[in-house]
Ligand binder design. Structure first.
Ligand SMILES: *[C@@H]1O[C@H](CO)[C@@H](O)[C@H](O)[C@H]1NC(C)=O
Ligand SMILES: *[C@@H]1O[C@H](CO)[C@@H](O)[C@H](O)[C@H]1NC(C)=O
Ligand SMILES: *[C@@H]1O[C@H](CO)[C@@H](O)[C@H](O)[C@H]1NC(C)=O
Length: 294
């Protein structure tokens, strides 16, 4: 905003005081260059985001927050599913509020080897790390989580942020999507799977023992057991996180790929300066300056 006002003001100044036009143009050009640089830096700020975070667990069966249009610049929102666990229309409302869309069962964690697992998470990253952006910055981005607390020290996950964990905003957080890992007051799981909500365990805790995983719908059992085996039923383990390019293992399930993935991989230059109107103002300014100088 300030940026555009400044440009307008400088253009006015240039037309009102013709003799000073060249000087004004030169000043404008320099200011524009500096502002463009800043814009490029700020736009890149959510690419290489990293820090430390706490983790929690959730499995509320709700349509994931990144499953709605316009949450971020991406190919399409995170896939949601109907009660038959079949992909459902993007615009379908959430089963946690009278709608028919739920979290697809395959957006669950799985072990690759003893030190590495894939999964999905509800993210919250503090705005000072994302240039002030919220879901725009993390929806469908992937993060490497290196666990820093026992019993998981030395283990790593790569998760895709398919959801948002808004209820705590004082710290970076990844709430790992683990079936039976933490119910909420919603009855969405009962509706989605046609079971008693209690098979998903108690509020804030989820189920208490690995054996209880066998009461869950069949396609959720292995990920429920993953919590007691690979994840060692850890309680709020801490992590160092950093954004990484999304592996197709994860995006194949959500169908959601962010537009800035290529830039993150270094395959595309930052598009910011070219798309900024200031680029053209600067170009025009430069052209006119040279006209006046000849
Ligand atoms: C992000 O970090 C990687 C390596 O840490 C670097 O190669 C890349 O240029 C960085 N990208 C941006 C946009 O800063
Ligand atoms: C369960 O979810 C609630 C709400 O996000 C959270 O406050 C709580 O810490 C979670 N419990 C676990 C064990 O992750
Ligand atoms: C576990 O899998 C990851 C990802 O494929 C790989 O980078 C790592 O080397 C593997 N670790 C072991 C101990 O096999």
């Amino acid at each position: 905003m300030l940026y555009n006002t400044l440009q307008l003001w400088l253009s006015d100044l240039a037309t009102d005081f013709l003799p000073y036009k060249v000087e004004a143009m030169k000043v404008q050009y320099s200011i524009v260059c500096v502002l463009d640089l800043l814009a490029a830096l700020v736009s890149g700020a959510n690419l290489n985001v990293s820090g430390d975070a706490v983790t929690t667990r959730f499995w509320d069966c709700c349509k994931p927050s990144c499953g709605w249009k316009l949450k971020a610049p991406f190919s399409r929102p995170v896939q949601s599913c109907g009660i038959e666990d079949k992909p459902i229309d993007i615009d379908a409302g959430t089963g946690c509020n009278g709608g028919t869309a739920y979290q697809c069962s395959d957006q669950q964690p799985w072990k690759v080897n003893d030190t590495f697992s894939y999964g999905f998470a509800g993210a919250f990253i503090k705005p000072e790390l994302t240039g002030g952006k919220i879901e725009d910055a993390w929806c469908c981005a992937c993060y490497q989580l290196d666990f820093t607390s026992e019993p998981l020290k030395g283990k790593t996950m790569i998760v895709q942020a398919s959801n948002t964990a808004y209820d705590v905003t004082s710290t970076n957080r990844f709430s790992l999507a683990i079936p039976g890992g933490n119910t909420t007051s919603h009855d969405a799981c009962a509706k989605q799977y046609g079971v008693d909500q209690r098979v998903f365990g108690t509020e804030s805790e989820g189920i208490g023992r690995e054996d209880d995983c066998d009461n869950l719908p069949e396609n959720l059992r292995s990920a429920c057991k993953w919590r007691f085996e690979w994840y060692k039923d850890a309680s709020f383990p801490s992590v160092n996180f950093k954004r990484v390019p999304c592996p197709s293992e994860l995006t194949d399930k959500t169908q959601c790929v962010r537009n800035d993935e290529a830039e993150l991989k270094g395959l595309a230059p930052s598009p910011a300066p070219l798309h900024e109107p200031s680029f053209w103002v600067a170009a025009l300014g430069l052209a006119m300056t040279s006209l006046f100088l000849v």
